[in-house]
Ligand binder design. Structure first.
Ligand SMILES: Nc1nc2c(ncn2[C@@H]2O[C@H](COP(=O)(O)OP(=O)(O)O)[C@@H](O)[C@H]2O)c(=O)[nH]1
Ligand SMILES: [Mg+2]
Length: 354
């Protein structure tokens, strides 16, 4: 059933701006991602709009991201849509793969998305593929141009698909710029494009798991499992390190507390020793003072006794001197008395003689 409509699928990593581009180009109002939980989960087709007089519809698709769903789950969503569209005769005219020029380098998620994209498209459809860079306004122009050159010339980036016929174009966020990109596909259109994934599923009747895209998914899933395992190991290692660190911190704190306790005990013992020494010195000083007082008292007593003794000795001497003087006086008086007697007698005798 060829309705004359050209259907173009838009693919790329989550957050690359697929829904924004689809809305700008078609005037649709699909939900644009603003954070977790607001990404496109199913493939959805816009209404018809005109590019150079040709009816065009765009298919917005979910991107592979590590956060919410498995790669195979997302591939199944895209595959279901593409297969039923193919069976309904809604063949594609081309595919746009979006890459943010603001990305400093192609991250693991970007590479995974691009690898899956290549598996979905296959080699034969690449001339109907446009690698579209956007977000040019978010980065310095010369840096963006250098990145674009690198993306176009690096084997690990877009070089292989560009060599095989794909084109790289810029989108500047406007409807006009979006239509420039679409115009390129519309003007290149030379018949229905059957992607490898559509061929394998709708023509070769393979199961999804048998397709080369699912195969790549399995690789990715194994890598993803390995990556998660490594992350888990790393987390456990960090946790162990954290526990060891905590243990070490606890041990260090305990050691510190023990050291402080010892220091405090030492300081308390020293304080006790100093207090005891001060008490001993105080007692010694008191004892010395008492001793000195006692000695002073004894000396004073001795001095008083000596003084008394000397006073008594003196008094005795004075007494003795007085008694001696008295005796000598009496002796003298007696002698004088005698002399006088003697003199009186002599004088009486003299008178008698005469
Ligand atoms: N600066 C800038 N931001 C954009 C552009 N396109 C999309 N965005 C922003 O990028 C985020 C993801 O956009 P969205 O269209 O949901 O990406 P999707 O996950 O690929 O569909 C949103 O915050 C958009 O506003 C663009 O061209 N320039
Ligand atoms: Mg989206």
């Amino acid at each position: 059933m060829d309705t004359g409509e050209l259907i173009i699928a838009v693919m790329g990593p989550t957050g690359s701006g697929k829904t924004t581009f689809v809305n700008v180009a078609s005037g649709s109002n699909f939900l644009v991602g603003q954070g977790l939980g607001s990404t496109t989960e199913r493939a959805c087709m816009t209404g018809t709009f005109q590019v150079d007089g040709r009816p065009v519809r765009l298919v917005d698709t979910p991107g592979y991201d590590d956060a919410t769903r498995t790669d195979l789950d997302i591939l199944r969503t895209i595959a279901d849509y593409l297969t039923s569209a193919y069976k309904e005769g809604k063949t594609l005219a081309g595919v746009i793969y979006i890459h943010r020029i603001s990305d400093v380098r192609m991250s693991g998620v970007s590479r995974k998305n691009f690898k899956m994209f290549r598996k979905i498209c296959g080699e034969r459809t690449l001339k109907n593929v446009v690698i579209m860079t956007n977000m040019w306004g978010s980065v310095n122009a010369s840096i963006a141009e250098a990145r674009e050159r690198e993306l176009a010339t690096e084997e690990l980036c877009f070089k292989p698909v560009l060599d095989a016929g794909a084109n790289i174009m810029r989108h500047h966020g406007t409807r006009h710029s979006a239509h420039e990109v679409l115009r390129h596909i519309v003007s290149n259109h030379a018949g229905p494009v059957v992607l490898d994934l559509q061929r394998e599923l709708a023509i070769e009747h393979k199961s999804l798991e048998q397709t080369s895209a699912a195969d790549a998914c399995k690789d990715e899933a194994a890598k993803e499992a390995e990556r998660r395992h490594q992350e888990e190991l790393e987390r456990s290692r960090r946790e162990m390190q954290g526990i060891r660190q905590q243990e070490e911190n606890r041990r260090r704190l305990e050691e510190e507390a023990r050291r402080r306790q010892e220091e405090m005990a030492r300081a308390a013992a020293e304080a006790r020793r100093v207090a005891a020494e001060a008490e001993r010195q105080r007692q010694e000083a008191a004892r010395q003072l008492q001793e000195q007082q006692r000695m002073a008292q004894e000396a004073a007593q001795r001095a008083a006794e000596e003084q008394e003794r000397q006073r008594q000795h003196l008094a005795r001497q004075v007494q003795e001197a007085a008694e001696r003087a008295e005796r000598e006086m009496q002796e003298l008086q007696r002698r004088i008395q005698e002399e006088m007697w003697r003199a009186r007698r002599r004088s009486r005798n003299d008178c008698i003689v005469q």
